[in-house]
Ligand binder design. Structure first.
Ligand SMILES: NC(=O)C1=CN([C@@H]2O[C@H](COP(=O)(O)OP(=O)(O)OC[C@H]3O[C@@H](n4cnc5c(N)ncnc54)[C@H](O)[C@@H]3O)[C@@H](O)[C@H]2O)[C@@H](O)CC1
Ligand SMILES: [K+]
Length: 505
């Protein structure tokens, strides 16, 4: 699914109005109609509904919702915030309709003291500002936002299109924003919904299709995308009926150290469950028995080091190993770093770099530019910060992420609720699967195994990283469904990988 900027959404509205054709008031009626239908399912007709409307088109949506709910018998109050002398044309049109049909529902707010006393059980609809917000909200309007937020413990708050105060394409940190329980947004996600700093504002996001013109949606290029099953199905390719184990690549996993062999085992198991042809694991001597006993499907190569690997540079070449996954439980010994440096002198194929291998790169940053082009880095936010520095907010971090991916010709997967995958071509994909149950030890090691397996099977790095992140999250969702987010472990993600694949096929 494409993620459009606020300016593109305005263009999509205008394109639809022109090409469908439909009047702008008609399109507003359609959008608001979807919201009213959603509200009718959620709230009984006896529920008092307080709709706070600004003077732009977001407020216009609110006025239409008011009329539609009044027609269904809901007790509705439409509170119009007089933040500007002028109202938009569509707002004015729908205000006149409401005035003609239900004049008693209208209430004007021109100062903070005008905030109404809400009856028990009332629901608050936020239709103050939408994508037309052009600066942080200030003065008495900010006060109204704070008053609504003060009510959220007792009254459900539903935001129309975007919580008021939230900017769609740039940071709203430290500015007044509505904290909604639900956001009913039109047609597609907005970038702001996908970033952790806004987690407290949107609540549950519901995307309501309003019939924006499909030509605009398909023909307009966007930088940001949200992955969905449809996209994943175009990436996945089924196995060849004449395949043998050589067809799907021989991968090498360099992982594990004394006390951290579990990371290597989890990665190996995930790699095998994700379809690799052959897997060799390079482990220190202390890990030999552990790996051989835990995972009989993997071959094992032991390092000269007893507790840490430091001699893996001598082994791998591109002819033997289709790809390398390196990092889970590896440790950050100087000798390990030296071995990584020497490995990078001759290994040229895209690799997967995670965990301690990332930590080594942050200590020896000159190694970053020596990574094979197209390699995949999988940092969590702290690892990312150690590698590339801090950012003032999540939007700046996203810019930094993308700049580094382009500059270094790498795929950088920044883990989070919506894992962000930055590509060397400048595009950025947010992963849509996964849940907080996956915030548990070993979950990242599983991802490394999956990505390594997909690279070994000749998926391009871009396909591997998008598909791998999606499968990992979806397997996690299935595990949580069966076991709960609390009880699931990284092992359960591996167990559910098979079902995740079956969902794609
Ligand atoms: N254009 C269309 O055809 C459609 C638009 N829709 C709605 O229209 C919204 C966008 O409408 P608009 O572009 O009119 O914008 P908004 O309704 O978001 O707000 C614009 C108004 O707010 C004022 N304003 C902006 N920032 C302010 C600030 N910080 N403090 C005080 N006042 C401020 C502007 O001067 C203007 O009066 C969408 O979010 C969506 O809800 C939907 O009805 C779907 C169809
Ligand atoms: K809003």
């Amino acid at each position: 699914m494409k993620i459009f900027t606020a300016a593109q959404i305005r263009e999509a509205d205008a394109f639809t109005i022109r090409e469908e054709p439909v009047s702008s008031t008609g399109l507003m009626e359609r959008a608001a109609g979807k919201c009213a239908a959603w509200l009718e399912v959620q709230f009984a007709p006896t529920t008092p509904v307080y709709i706070f409307c600004g003077k732009g088109n977001n407020g216009g949506d609110g006025l239409v919702i008011a009329r539609l709910l009044l027609q269904k018998g809901y007790p509705v109050r439409a509170c119009i915030l007089q933040h500007s002398a002028k109202a938009s044309a569509d707002h004015t049109f729908h205000l006149q309709l409401l005035q003609q049909q239900y004049p008693a529902c209208l209430y004007e707010i021109g100062a903070q003291g005008d905030f109404p006393v809400l009856p028990a059980g009332a629901v608050i609809i936020d239709a103050i500002f939408g994508t037309g917000l052009n600066k942080p909200v200030e003065g008495w309007m900010a006060g109204i936002i704070h008053q609504i937020n003060d009510q959220r413990a007792i009254h459900p708050v539903v935001a129309i299109d975007i919580p008021s105060g939230l900017l769609a394409d740039s940071s709203s940190l430290h500015t007044p924003v509505i904290q909604a329980h639900h956001t009913l947004s039109f047609e597609c996600y907005k970038l702001a919904f996908l970033l952790p700093e806004n987690a407290g504002f949107t609540g549950h996001v519901h995307i309501l299709p309003i019939g924006l013109h499909p030509d605009y949606i398909t023909q307009t290029p966007t930088r940001y995308h949200l992955t969905d099953r449809e996209m994943i199905r175009t990436i996945y390719h089924p196995r060849d009926p004449f395949a043998h184990k050589g067809t799907y690549g021989h991968a090498l996993l360099i992982a594990g150290s004394y006390g951290k062999m579990g990371a290597a085992v989890l990665s190996a198991k995930a790699c095998l469950r994700a379809g690799v042809g052959l897997l060799s694991c390079h482990v220190p001597q202390c890990g030999y028995d552990i790996m051989q006993i835990s995972e009989p499907c993997a071959m094992c190569v032991t390092d000269e080091g007893s507790t840490h690997s430091a001699h893996f540079h001598t082994l791998p070449d591109g002819a033997t190993y289709k790809t390398i996954g390196i990092g889970p439980g590896l440790g950050t010994q100087t000798a390990t770093a030296r071995s990584l440096e020497r490995l990078l002198e001759h290994y040229q194929r895209p690799m997967v770099i995670d965990a301690d291998a990332l930590n080594l790169l942050s200590v020896y940053p000159y190694l970053l530019s020596r990574l094979p082009q197209g390699s995949i880095l999988t940092p969590h936010p702290k690892e990312f910060e150690r590698l590339f520095g801090t950012a003032a907010n999540d939007f700046d971090r996203l810019t930094l992420l993308s700049q580094q991916a382009v500059h270094l010709h790498l795929y950088i997967l920044l883990k989070g609720r919506y894992t962000a995958i930055a590509c060397p071509d400048g595009s950025l994909y947010f992963n849509s699967t996964g849940n907080p149950g996956m915030a548990t030890g070993g979950s990242g090691d599983v991802l490394t195994g999956i990505l390594t397996a997909l690279l070994a099977q000749d998926y391009t790095p871009k396909a591997a990283v998008i598909l791998g992140a999606w499968l990992h999250g979806y397997a996690g969702d299935l595990a949580a469904e069966q076991l709960s987010q609390e009880a699931m472990t990284a092992t359960d993600i591996i167990t559910h990988l098979g079902a995740a694949f079956r969902h794609v096929i």
